[in-house]
Design a protein around this ligand. Structure first.
Ligand SMILES: Nc1ncnc2c1ncn2[C@@H]1O[C@H](COP(=O)(O)OP(=O)(O)O)[C@@H](O)[C@H]1O
Ligand SMILES: [Mg+2]
Length: 228
């Protein structure tokens, strides 16, 4: 569905591409441009135009705006306030506009993380999480991870068929504790997290070792890069 966008007035400095991005509707829009080229300006103008719309005005707290950093969220909120004040100066009698300034306080303009945190907290009862949960700091998270790895290894040693675990230990530890295996698992976990499907990546690794008897070491996929 392609709607006609307003004709760009002669006195605005927006480029044609900016103007299109401000008014695009009925589809997803991706704006990619250099720093300082006017992305935030376009986004703020998009928001303002939705609030000012003659046919279908919305309230600022109906928008969801997420950023990566707190600083960017604060900037968005600040620039939205400025844009509203400019609009009020042009249109001082608008009750709708004045209401927006007070609604701005509870508008959903935040980092992605804090938005997600709010959603999880609000709907904690649906996913069976203690609503009093909090975010672990990195030290605490590292301790929890260590405990978990310890428990997983313990279970592997106590499993009905612990041979694989003993082979793993023989291959990767030289001493009496499993520290080097734990470090290895830690690193694998961290590496896996940068992939879009961490679990799939982890499951793929062992497949590189599923080889016919007659395959020589030089034929292995990962030997080339290692030798260069
Ligand atoms: N078409 C334009 N003409 C003049 N100034 C512009 C234009 N687009 C953006 N600006 C101004 O350029 C500056 C940087 O814009 P900003 O939206 O912060 O860039 P970005 O978010 O892409 O880093 C702002 O002061 C903005 O008002
Ligand atoms: Mg910006």
């Amino acid at each position: 569905m392609m709607m006609d966008i307003p004709v760009k007035p002669a006195d605005v400095t927006f480029t044609d591409a900016q103007w299109k991005a401000i008014w695009a509707t009925g589809k997803d829009v991706l704006v990619s441009a250099a720093a300082g080229s006017g992305k935030t300006k376009v986004l703020i103008t998009r928001m303002i135009e939705k609030v000012l719309s003659e046919h279908n005005p919305i309230d600022v707290d109906e928008l969801l705006v997420v950023t990566f950093t707190n600083a960017a969220a604060a900037e968005m909120r600040h620039r939205m306030a400025e844009a509203l004040e400019e609009a009020i100066a042009v249109n001082p009698d608008s009750i709708h506009l004045r209401r927006q300034l007070s609604l701005l306080n509870k508008a959903q303009i935040s980092t992605l993380h804090s938005f997600c945190l709010n959603v999880v907290r609000q709907y904690a009862y649906l996913i069976d999480i203690d609503p009093g949960f909090r975010i672990a700091d990195s030290t605490e998270a590292a301790l929890l991870r260590d405990d978990t790895i310890g428990e997983v290894l313990e279970d592997a040693y106590n499993a009905d068929n612990p041979e694989a675990m003993y082979r793993l230990a023989d291959s990767f530890t030289s001493d009496r504790n499993d520290q080097s295996i734990e470090t290895l698992i830690d690193r694998l976990y961290d590496y896996s997290r940068v992939h879009p499907s961490p679990e799939r990546w982890l499951r793929m690794i062992p497949m590189q070792y599923e080889l016919d008897e007659e395959v020589t070491i030089d034929e292995l996929d990962f030997i080339g890069p290692l030798k260069t």
